[in-house]
Structures are given as structure tokens and as C-alpha cells.
Design a protein around this ligand. Structure first.
Ligand code: ADP
Ligand code: GLC
Length: 486
């Protein structure tokens, strides 16, 4: 067994703002089948502590970056967690990163330095009997963890950083460096970033391996368009960069057993989805038309190309389709979509907010899901769409390019299409893709075939978990057993 400490700022089902939580929540279970024990170090936000309060205290700090704190270990909500209970850092309502009025917490640099510092200590034997061999950090919030390991006493522990989104970098002023408890030479060697301190940059420099969440994104981040200023560094480390596509939790996302669906179904009983579609229609006042019901389940941000959806609403409605939107985020994008919905009562509906249960119903009832992202490291909603027969219509970028097979003529003839791709990521190209989807939907035989094909596509974690397990083993210089090989 390989013992891995995962360091993540969110994990489903305890705290989630996006796909990172889904990954951090599902990967440990998947790795268990590949000879890896993964425990997750996570901040003790209120929602986490509510579960963890009954756990075992394994360590107490008299002064962790300013106040008393402790570590609580146990199995909570199906996850093996080490919870960092530090009320001065994490006992705050709502979103893990933002104040109630939507700004970054001013002390995020301490909140996430502390998380990574603790990971470094755990790697160096803080708790007797617990000896992780690998520290696996996720995103900038855990970016300093590989640095704390590297500048700590042990050179046995190996580190991996996974980039879920290159744009979020944890960039702070140089003045904080003195409070990070790292040796002075670490600044120029690893942390310095455009005159300040870069947490993600530090992780990319110091980790033994860098992974990102799809092969295409692993290539894209080597270019200025997607590298967000870090492309030079990624290129310099190209031999240590791996693109491993995310999977999804196929138990939690299973249309045959999903408790959120009024009607369960499988690839062989697709006609039953109509009951779920009717449930969406009824709940949100959407009329029955001959066209497909498109959907959106997304953070409403420019990354996700939501403005392109707003500019296609008139077109989509003119083609006889309907649209169900679930999302929240950027105020202006929310307002644009709400205005569009108000313009077309009965044709376009919007539920503003974050609603995990409704996201299942939409995937289980809508005909297609629109994902016109400008960049998408992996994307999970297209994977849920495939699994649920909610045909993904996606921009050809990042993980979207890697996971959806476009319904061009050859692919339709060969019966291998699972969705629609478009490029470039413009309003016009999205409009054409919407039109293509409407036309394909007219031939229900072809559409059903595409749904079925998607539902049979392997979106589980299995293959990717094995790749992570192989990567850990190779970092540790271990040979894997034959049954673990390709
Ligand atoms: P990202 O992490 O960039 O937001 P992903 O596609 O990787 O994109 O993951 C998004 C996750 O968040 C998915 O599980 C998706 O279903 C979920 N999600 C996004 N917006 C909402 C929402 N408004 N309500 C419920 N779930 C949402
Ligand atoms: C990020 C990316 C998304 C990816 C998710 C999980 O939020 O934006 O594309 O699926 O992380 O890796």
C-alpha cells in the first residue's frame, strides 16, 4: 500500500464550490482499488467541523499562525479526513474563499499557508504512527505544501501538485514571505513571482511531479494563451508534467439509482427520461415544444463562456428549442440570463443559485447540456451529461476536447458520436452547434444512438486512478505488481 496525504481546500460532500471538490471527494475511493490509501487534509470550515467534531484529536498546536489549533482525524461523510480545526482561520460562514459580500478574505494567504505548513509537518512525522510517502497538493491553496516538504528535514517524501485551474494562482505581496516559516533562500529559488509570492508557482517549482486534469490542458498550459504567465515554467518542467483526465463518482451519478430523479432509467430505457423532462417543465413553467431542451449547469463566469449563451438565446428560441439554466456567479452574467428568461417565459427558465439536487434532475431530464468554455482544464458537467444521456455540446478546449466525440457525419455513420464540439469559441460557432443539435434531435433514432453511446463511455475514475497510482509508485521508485500494469 502507498500512503498518500491529499491536501485540498474543498471536498464533496462536505464543502464544494466546483469540480475540485468532486475530484478530491472521489479520488480516494477510486485509489483504494489500486493499492493506495489516501487521507485528505482539509480546513475545518463550519460545515466540515459539524461532521468532524466527534473525531479523534491527533495533535494540538499552541500557536498555528496566530492562535491555538488542532488536528482531528476520522472517517466523516465517507472520507478519511484530517481536519485542521483552527477557528481563527476557518470558522467563517459561507464560501470557503470569499467574504459574504464576495471578496477574497484578506488573510487567505495565512489560511492556506497554514494548511500547507501542516501538510509539511505531517510529512515529517508530526503524528507518531502516521507516515505519508506522498503529499498530493491541489491548486494554489495547497501550492505551498510541496515547498514545505522540500524545505523540511525529510527527503524521503515525494510530492505531486495537481493544477485544476491555472488562472487561480494565489499571488500575494513579497512582504508576507517572512511570515511563512520557510528558509530565506526559498524565496528566490521557488516562491518569487512577479515581485511577490506565488503559491501555485511555488508548487510547480518544488513538486516532484505536476499533473493537470486532462491531456489537452496539459499541452495548452504550455502556451501563453492558457498558461496564464506560468507557461515558461511548465515548459521548463515538461518532463514532469502529466495530463490525467478526471473521472466521476459513478455511484453518486447513476441514472439507474439516482434518488433525485422522479424516474430512473438506463441506456436501454431512455424513453423514461421523458418523465424527468416533464418534471423540469412543470417546476419551471417550460412549455413542451418539438425541439430539444438545452440546459446549463455552471458557475456563471467568463471562463465558462456564459456570455455566448446569453447572445444565443434568441437564436435558440427561434429554432424551437427551450433552455433551462442553473447557475450563479458573476452579477452581470446572472442579470443578462435573467433578462433573457424574462423575455421568453415558457421557453427559457433560470434558477439562480447553487443546487446540487437540481443539477441531477437537469442532467436526468434535459436533452442536451451547453458548455461553451473559453478554457476548461477538465470539466465534469460533460461527464455527468454523458453518463445521463444529456448530450454535451462543448467548446473544443481542454478536457472537453478529450472526452466528447463530435457528431460529424463520419462519427454519426460509424455510430461513435457522443456529443457536439465547436471551435473557435465564438457566439457564431456556438450558434451553429445549437442548430446542428436541433437538426440531429429531429431524427430521434440518431439522437438516441448518440445518447446511448455516451452512456456507455467509461467516465469512471478507474483508468485515471490507476494512472495516479502508477505515478506515485514511480516517484517512490517502486515496481508495480503485474496486475496493476496496463
Ligand atoms: P468548475 O470546477 O470549473 O466549476 P467542473 O465542470 O469541473 O467546473 O465542475 C463543476 C461542478 O459544480 C459540477 O459538479 C457541477 O455539477 C457543479 N455545479 C456548477 N454550478 C452548479 C450549480 N449552480 N448548482 C449545482 N451544481 C453546480
Ligand atoms: C477546475 C476546472 C475544471 C475541472 C475541475 C476539477 O475547477 O475549472 O475544468 O474539471 O477543476 O479538476
Amino acid at each position: 500500500m502507498i500512503e498518500v496525504l491529499s491536501v485540498a481546500s474543498e471536498a464533496y460532500p462536505l464543502v464544494k464550490t466546483g469540480g475540485l471538490a468532486d475530484v478530491a471527494g472521489a479520488l480516494p475511493g477510486a485509489l483504494a482499488h489500486h493499492g493506495v490509501t489516501m487521507r485528505t487534509l482539509i480546513p475545518g470550515y463550519p460545515a466540515v467541523l459539524r461532521e468532524a467534531i466527534s473525531g479523534r484529536v491527533i495533535y494540538e498546536f499552541n500557536d498555528l499562525f496566530g492562535a491555538w489549533a488542532r488536528l482531528i482525524a476520522g472517517r466523516f461523510a465517507g472520507l478519511d479526513l484530517i481536519v485542521l480545526d483552527a477557528s481563527h482561520l476557518y470558522d467563517r460562514p459561507g464560501n470557503p474563499y470569499l467574504t459574504p459580500d464576495g471578496r477574497d478574505w484578506g488573510d487567505n494567504w495565512i489560511r492556506f499557508a497554514a494548511l500547507s505548513w501542516v501538510a509539511g509537518k505531517l510529512a515529517n512525522g508530526l503524528v507518531p504512527g502516521y507516515a505519508p510517502q506522498i503529499v498530493h497538493a491541489h491548486d494554489w491553496q495547497a501550492g505551498l505544501a510541496p515547498a514545505y516538504v522540500k524545505y523540511g528535514p525529510s527527503d524521503q517524501v515525494k510530492t505531486v501538485i495537481t493544477v485544476h485551474n491555472m488562472v487561480f494562482q494565489g499571488h500575494f505581496g513579497a512582504d508576507i514571505f517572512g511570515r511563512l516559516d520557510l528558509p530565506p533562500h526559498a524565496y528566490w529559488e521557488s516562491l518569487e513571482y512577479y515581485g511577490g509570492v506565488g503559491y501555485l508557482k511555488a508548487g510547480l517549482v518544488t513538486a516532484d511531479a505536476i499533473t493537470t486534469v486532462s491531456p489537452t490542458y496539459a499541452k495548452e498550459i504550455r502556451t501563453p494563451q492558457f498558461g496564464a504567465g506560468l507557461e515558461g515554467l511548465v515548459n521548463a518542467r515538461a518532463g514532469s508534467v502529466y495530463g490525467i483526465t478526471n473521472g466521476i463518482d459513478v455511484e453518486a451519478w447513476n441514472p439507474a439509482t439516482d434518488p433525485e430523479l422522479p424516474q430512473s432509467y438506463s441506456a436501454n430505457t431512455l424513453q423514461r427520461r421523458a418523465v424527468n423532462k416533464a418534471a423540469i417543465r412543470e417546476r419551471f413553467g417550460i412549455e413542451a415544444t418539438d425541439g430539444p431542451m438545452f440546459s446549463v449547469v455552471s458557475r456563471l463566469t467568463s471562463q465558462k463562456g456564459i456570455d455566448l449563451i446569453a447572445s444565443n438565446v434568441d437564436w435558440l428560441v427561434s429554432l424551437g428549442a427551450t433552455l433551462m439554466i442553473l447557475g450563479s456567479g458573476d452579477g452581470q452574467l446572472e442579470a443578462e440570463l435573467q433578462t433573457a428568461a424574462a423575455r421568453y417565459p415558457g421557453r427559457v427558465a433560470m434558477h439562480r443559485g447553487y443546487d446540487e439536487r437540481l443539477s441531477h434532475l437537469i442532467q436526468g431530464g434535459a436533452d442536451a447540456i451547453l458548455i461553451p468554455s473559453r478554457f476548461e482544464p477538465c470539466g465534469l458537467t460533460q461527464l455527468y451529461g454523458l453518463r445521463y444521456g444529456c448530450v454535451p455540446v462543448v467548446a473544443r478546449v481542454g478536457g472537453l476536447a478529450d472526452t466528447v466525440i463530435d457528431a460529424n457525419e463520419a462519427a454519426v455513420d460509424a455510430g461513435v458520436a457522443t456529443g457536439l464540439q465547436f471551435s473557435p469559441v465564438t457566439s457564431e460557432a456556438l450558434g451553429e452547434a445549437i442548430q446542428r443539435a436541433v437538426e440531429l434531435f429531429r431524427d430521434q433514432k440518431v439522437w438516441r444512438k448518440m445518447q446511448r453511446r455516451g452512456m456507455r463511455h467509461d467516465v469512471s475514475w478507474d483508468a485515471s486512478a490507476k494512472r495516479y497510482a502508477d505515478l506515485y509508485a514511480s516517484l517512490l521508485g517502486q515496481e508495480r505488481d503485474d496486475h496493476d500494469r496496463d
